[in-house]
Design a protein around this ligand. Structure first.
Ligand SMILES: NC(=O)c1ccc[n+]([C@@H]2O[C@H](COP(=O)([O-])OP(=O)(O)OC[C@H]3O[C@@H](n4cnc5c(N)ncnc54)[C@H](O)[C@@H]3O)[C@@H](O)[C@H]2O)c1
Length: 437
């Protein structure tokens, strides 16, 4: 870390000096001195990557870390101290972090089943929030989170950082230019070649230093099992939604954006544990979801254990047009002219790889920090994050019901489908409950 920046952080102290009221009437929690006091809830994986990106920005101070695993908490506190010269305060219970008046921003880096309550409570206490994706585990949570951000006038950035990486937007602009001709199909995929089977493991004693009941929180009570814990929680319905929501929110977001259509008429999905039938994962290792928009389809396609040969990319979005196909992923975008139809006579030229800046996360964090001062909407605002979390969730609901579902985007409800309606609900374990807003 650059020494002058380190000294700047050491020199600034930890207390925000005042609450500014900006001209548009939305209260900013950022102090007039341009310091931003940040706390991280959920410190192991992406949450700490996010915090590290925050700490690269001028004026950011990490005052507090919170985790229910004290091993991780202490390790991360030592890392922050090494980076900034000051050890943050550490907490096991996130409500104590939310109660602190000096904190401007909360980063929510917990597993999906633990995004909603810290985010809503933070909004209620006047903090702005950087919340990891998918915004909520269930549609009911997403709806409440939108309500909280709107009611308490908070700036919320959802961690879909592709929304701030310029090459994704440039790719969408190319699609919107019409040069591809009519696009009848867009395909988004995630082929996770590096991941193998998760062998079944017996339940075991809770590891020392872990508050497991607090890790479970609103999820059903059950004995500790290592497979359902750090990182691999994402393969269990009680905590997350598998690859359909994990990568789906990043990539379907751009598929919808590119097609300028946001609400499908119907959704169907098919898949299963085809690669690893007997293993410990609940969510499907192989799955396809078709979103029908009336005159075009968006297809979601995921596999675990295969890298795949979708344009040589393990993930991406392809807009398949009459004259050519544009493919975009985190590396960049390019266009392949159509060669097998009369459309090829349009004389379309290939567009070579237009590379990414490689700074998506950094730009996303910077955009959020700018917005907490201006009170403008950030690049992945709460409505955008909630919408795509709902759309990805619809894929899982269709898969779990084994049939087509029809969604009413205006009412945010299924059309005459009480069975599907049940899968919208959060169903929290007491004493946790969704706040009434
Ligand atoms: N934006 C991205 O590119 C990206 C990448 C990876 C993960 N993510 C998202 O980040 C989130 C976390 O994923 P991960 O892979 O980093 O998970 P992880 O399991 O590695 O880390 C989660 C941390 O949260 C802690 N935690 C759990 N419950 C808590 C509670 N009640 N209070 C405080 N701490 C608690 C855990 O102990 C753990 O340290 C997920 O929602 C995931 O989808 C986003």
């Amino acid at each position: 870390m650059n020494t002058s920046r380190r000294n700047f952080i050491l020199d600034t102290g930890l207390t925000a000096s005042g609450i500014a009221l900006l001209s548009n009437g939305m209260s900013s929690c950022v102090s007039a001195s341009d310091k931003v006091i940040v706390a991280l809830i959920g410190c192991k994986g992406m949450g700490f990557t996010d915090l590290s990106a925050f700490l690269q920005q001028p004026g950011v101070i990490c005052a507090a870390l919170c985790d229910v695993d004290s091993n991780i908490l202490n390790q991360r506190a030592a890392e922050v101290e090494k980076l900034t010269g000051k050890r943050p305060d550490v907490y096991e219970d996130f409500r104590k972090v939310i109660d602190r008046k000096d904190i401007d921003v909360v980063i929510v880096g917990t597993p999906d089943h633990w995004h909603c309550l810290p985010m809503v409570y933070a909004c209620q206490s006047g903090k702005d929030v950087y919340c990891e994706k998918p915004l909520g585990r269930t549609i009911e949570e997403c709806n409440l989170m939108v309500k909280a951000a709107q009611k308490y006038k908070r700036v919320v950035q959802v961690g879909q950082w592709q929304r701030s990486d310029p090459h994704w937007k440039n790719a969408v602009e190319y699609v919107h230019s019409g040069k591809l001709g009519r696009v009848r199909s867009a395909r988004a995929w995630s082929y996770v070649g590096w991941k193998g089977s998760i062998p079944i493991a017996p339940d075991s004693p809770v590891p020392e230093g872990v508050n497991y009941d607090m890790w479970l929180g609103p999820a059903p009570s059950r004995p500790f099992n290592i497979n359902r814990f750090h990182f691999t929680f994402r393969w269990y319905w009680e905590y997350a939604g598998g690859l359909m929501t994990d990568w789906g929110v990043h990539l379907l977001d751009y598929a919808l954006f590119g097609m300028n259509q946001y609400v499908p008429k119907s959704v169907m999905a098919s898949g299963g544990k085809y690669a690893f039938p007997g293993d410990a994962m609940q969510t499907p290792d192989t799955m396809m979801t078709i979103y029908d928009f009336g005159d075009f389809n968006i297809v979601w396609d995921h596999t675990i254990g295969i890298y795949g040969q979708n344009y040589g990319r393990g993930h991406g979005v392809a807009f398949i047009g009459e004259f050519g196909t544009l493919v975009v992923d985190r590396k960049g975008w390019e266009v392949y002219p159509e060669t097998t139809s009369t459309s090829a006579q349009q004389g379309m030229k290939p567009v070579p790889l237009q590379p990414s800046t490689g700074k998506g996360l950094e730009l996303h964090v910077k955009n959020f920090l700018d917005c907490i001062k201006t009170r403008e909407k950030p690049n992945c605002d709460i409505e955008t994050g909630a919408h795509i979390a709902r759309i990805a969730s619809l894929g899982n609901i269709a898969y779990r019901l084994g049939r087509q579902v029809n969604w009413d985007g205006d009412k945010q409800a299924f059309k005459n489908d009480p069975e599907a309606d049940k899968l919208i609900l959060a169903n929290y374990r007491a004493p946790w409950e969704l706040p009434k807003l």
